[in-house]
Design a protein. Structure first.
Length: 224
């Protein structure tokens, strides 16, 4: 998880994963005759941190960033997908797409058809204008339970039934900017180093336990 966070520290719109811990007690330790149980920490679940990333100007009119809660909706291979990565492109036919070729959804569920030879202006509310005429509005969705969103690879999310998709109450779209990853590389690096050190300590402890077991067997054999 930490390695994946670090690998996406420079990925636009990436949201880092974190973990929640609980205490594990072996089933045998909870019986009435068992001594005081020994508890061990265990990773109970992973969760996604949806905190805002820093906005970076790019000057590209097709780069869009959200400075508010919500997600851009796109047409994935098996249904709608959601992303904070607003690095968009125009297909040869003039359809606004993601870098993976997924059509960006307009409000109401259609696609967004633009003319490549005309300037594109995107307002803060997501409305898109060309030649002074509003041609479409971006579908920007929010969720009642963002924790129910599942990562779908390549910086996309899928919404399960528990997520409760709904239009964003308000949106702040920044044209010519991209939202950076919310990964703090120094923090993740330090945590990864500490994790590797703990892993090495556990390896040494296991090796020492194995050596002690072998030594005990040899000594018992000598006594016999």
């Amino acid at each position: 998880m930490l390695a994946n966070n670090l690998a996406n520290a420079a990925t636009a719109g990436f949201k880092l994963d974190r973990e929640s811990y609980n205490l594990y007690v072996a089933p045998e330790a909870v019986s009435p005759d068992a001594p005081d149980p020994t508890t061990l920490p265990v990773v109970e679940r992973h969760w996604t941190d949806f905190s805002q990333g820093q906005l970076t100007p790019t000057g590209n009119p097709l780069d869009l960033a959200l400075g508010s809660p919500g997600f851009f909706a796109v047409n994935g291979p098996s249904g709608p997908l959601y992303t904070r990565n607003g690095s968009f492109e125009l297909s040869p036919s003039g359809v606004l797409t993601t870098s993976d070729g997924y059509a960006v959804r307009a409000a109401g569920g259609g696609t967004i058809q633009l003319q490549a030879n005309r300037p594109i202006e995107v307002a803060a509310d997501g409305s898109i204008q060309q030649a002074g005429t509003t041609v479409a509005s971006l579908e920007i969705d929010d969720f009642e339970s963002p924790a129910a969103l599942a990562k779908s690879g390549k910086n996309y999310f899928e919404a399960g039934g528990a997520a409760g998709v709904r239009p964003a109450a308000s949106s702040t779209v920044h044209q010519g900017s991209l939202e950076g990853s919310n990964v703090e590389a120094p923090e993740s690096t330090v945590r990864l180093v500490n994790l590797m050190r703990q892993f090495e300590m556990l390896q040494k402890a296991m090796s020492l336990g194995q050596q002690m077991g072998q030594y005990a067997i040899q000594e018992v054999a000598k006594v016999v």
